[in-house]
Design a protein around this ligand. Structure first.
Ligand code: C5P
Length: 288
């Protein structure tokens, strides 16, 4: 049996530069994997099957199943794999959990089947399954551009604490991009500057997130949550991905935990996580 701990990610900055001919958007983002993770195991079997906790996530759209099927059609093999997923990362939250599970499934299943696929071959399959999957084949911290398929790893910064706060709202990435207005596009410079600072070994900071505006238009509860977190961490608060999870940056775990308990009392889901490196335990990062 092979096991992985697919991590969540946070976008420290995310700018949309425009719309591409294929309908996807041209992004510039700095992404970081964090210590909140799911658990995925694979075992040899006759068929490809998925059990998950909660069971409701084991449908045919699950990226873990789609990853295994994509590898099977690529290899032309008959065999299967018994996949088990324990979910801890909230879904529809902007934390990339589904994509991370899918990327880990590509790495584990290809190994289980002895396919000997290296980074470039896995990246190709990953990019076909979803825009966030390629990043998870690298893990750690990286500058991500294009649709999400162009990933440039950055050196690990000092370990950082992230307070995650979710207003218990599920968001579909597609609807947020659909609500984005042309005048909200930007040139990506702020995110590129942030990546440059990380490359120079400076402490991690947050940039901006283009998708906050459409998120807040569609989900006023997400904006209220953002304002409440920002009160606790002024100037160090951002929405991750298409949201609605709000992320605040902390140097000290205790301070993040104090804010977490306050916000939890107001009915929010909270979690304190730290940045992890690409080589942390349970990470499947064949592109590093
Ligand atoms: O690639 P993925 O399936 O994760 O994307 C979900 C949706 O998010 C896409 O259908 C598209 O509407 C939007 N998206 C986009 N540009 C990107 C990534 C995602 O427009 N670079």
């Amino acid at each position: 049996m092979l096991t992985a701990r697919p991590p969540a990610k946070v976008n420290l900055s995310l700018e949309v530069r425009g719309r591409r001919a294929d309908g996807f958007h041209d992004l510039v983002s700095v992404m970081q994997t964090i210590s909140l993770s799911d658990r995925l195991t694979v075992e040899p079997a006759d068929e490809i099957t998925l059990e998950s906790a909660p069971a409701s996530l084991a449908g045919p759209d699950n990226l873990v199943l789609r990853a295994a099927h994509a590898l099977r059609s690529r290899s032309g093999r008959q065999g299967g794999s018994r996949l088990r997923l324990e979910k801890r990362i909230p879904t529809g939250a902007g934390l990339g959990g589904g994509s991370s599970d899918g990327a880990a499934a590509l790495a584990l299943v290809s190994r289980l089947w002895g396919m000997d696929l290296h980074c470039s071959a896995l990246l190709k399959v990953a990019a076909e399954l979803g825009s966030d999957l390629p990043f998870f084949l690298y893990g750690g911290i990286a500058l991500v551009t294009g649709r999400g398929e162009d990933v440039r790893p950055l050196p690990d910064p000092e370990p950082t604490w992230y307070l995650l706060v979710n207003p218990n709202v599920h968001v579909a990435t597609r609807e947020i991009f659909a609500a984005l207005r042309r005048e909200e596009w930007s040139d990506g410079e702020e995110t590129l500057r942030l990546a440059g600072a990380v490359r120079d070994g400076k402490p991690v900071a947050l940039g901006r997130n283009t998708l906050q505006a459409p998120l807040f238009r569609l989900y006023p509860a997400a904006e209220r949550c953002f304002r409440e977190v920002e009160e606790q961490a002024p100037g160090r608060t951002i929405v991750t991905g298409s949201g609605p999870t709000v992320v605040a940056l902390y140097k000290l775990r205790e301070e993040a935990a104090r804010a977490a308990s306050l916000l939890e009392h107001r009915g929010y889901w909270t979690h304190v996580a730290r940045s992890i490196t690409a080589t942390a335990e349970g990470q499947e990062t064949p592109c590093r």
